[in-house]
Design a protein around this ligand. Structure first.
Ligand SMILES: [Fe+2]
Length: 220
């Protein structure tokens, strides 16, 4: 029987190679936003463990894409309606894989917290505050998935994609500000503050330093 640590580490390695760089970058963004939220909003009573857990869980956010047809995943053109419907299922598939792989494992209190955050991030990272997201269309989104939605969108906007050319970091933050019905302004503000900090900006802009300051057995 594998331990919870070993299973999470195995699943992180299972995320398709072409997504690895993307997921690593996102995990740094998710980590610094969680740290910044702790500083900006003491009323949330966040601890450092939450930021560490966000760093790990964000690496698994697109885990379900391992079950999506490569032709859809790597299609250079716009997806058809049917293909998009299939693509959206990566959120559900990811949760199914995580649940299946951890069946029968007993968890201590911190592992239970990490497990919950992983489930939220995997299933709900495409949900939006106005209920327009998927796979469920909820509008009360857990903080972990809110953060993931903001950093995932920020990354998508600042990267060249099939549908659009990348925009500058400043323009991406403006778009997130404008879409305050979809993204929680509290999270967007903390992303802005975090990116404005020299040490955080250095971590984000220099991927080799990605693990600096984070002691986490999953993040090698
Ligand atoms: Fe996704």
């Amino acid at each position: 029987m594998y331990s919870f640590d070993e299973i999470i580490g195995h699943l992180i390695n299972k995320v398709p190679e072409e997504l690895t760089g993307h997921s690593k970058f996102l995990s740094v963004l998710a980590y610094i936003v969680a740290k910044q939220l702790k500083e900006d909003h003491p009323e949330l009573k966040l601890d450092d463990l939450f930021a560490d857990h966000m760093k790990i869980a964000s690496k698994l956010h697109d885990l379900g894409k391992i079950n999506i047809d490569q032709n859809i995943l790597n299609k250079p053109d716009k997806l058809t309606t049917k293909e998009y419907r299939i693509m959206k299922m990566h959120t559900v598939y990811g949760l199914m894989v995580l649940t299946e792989m951890t069946k029968g494992i007993s968890l201590d209190i911190n592992e239970r917290k990490l497990f919950t955050i992983c489930k939220e991030v995997i299933l709900l990272h495409h949900e939006r505050e106005d209920g327009s997201g998927y796979p469920i269309g909820i509008n009360r989104i857990p903080l972990s998935a809110q953060i993931m939605a903001v950093v995932d969108t920020y990354d998508a906007l600042t990267t060249n994609r099939v549908y659009h050319n990348k925009v500058t970091k400043e323009e991406a933050l403006e778009i997130l500000d404008h879409d305050d019905d979809k993204y929680n302004p509290m999270d967007v503000d903390s992303l802005k503050r975090a990116l404005a900090k020299k040490d955080f900006a250095e971590i984000v802009n220099n991927p080799p330093l990605i693990e600096v300051g984070v002691s986490c057995s999953y993040c090698r």
